[in-house]
Write a new protein. Structure first.
Length: 92
């Protein structure tokens, strides 16, 4: 039973995590919502990409390219975090 509680942890905290939901040793404390830190920095990266792209384009053009690039950067950052969480080297 040594270390069993630690094996059930996640790399990133999720929105549905509640310390009250796992009041006993050995119970799972996993949340099932979106990962908070990756969601935050993915939104920041998407917004930054959109803003920087807006500074580089002419004002007469619609911002579709910047919007698409920002969305792509945000989705890639979140997806990469989700993939890396599933391959956590600290898990046995």
């Amino acid at each position: 039973m040594t270390g069993e509680a630690c094996q059930d942890t996640q790399l990133f905290q999720r929105t549905t995590f509640s310390r009250d939901s796992a009041p006993v040793f050995g119970a799972s404390a996993k949340g099932r919502g979106p990962m908070l830190a990756p969601l935050g920095y993915s939104l920041v990266l998407a917004g930054s990409t959109w803003s920087i792209g807006g500074l580089l384009r002419e004002e007469s053009e619609p911002p579709w390219l910047e919007l698409g690039a920002g969305a792509l950067v945000g989705v890639l950052a979140y997806s990469l975090s989700a993939i890396l969480e599933s391959r956590d080297p600290l898990k046995p």
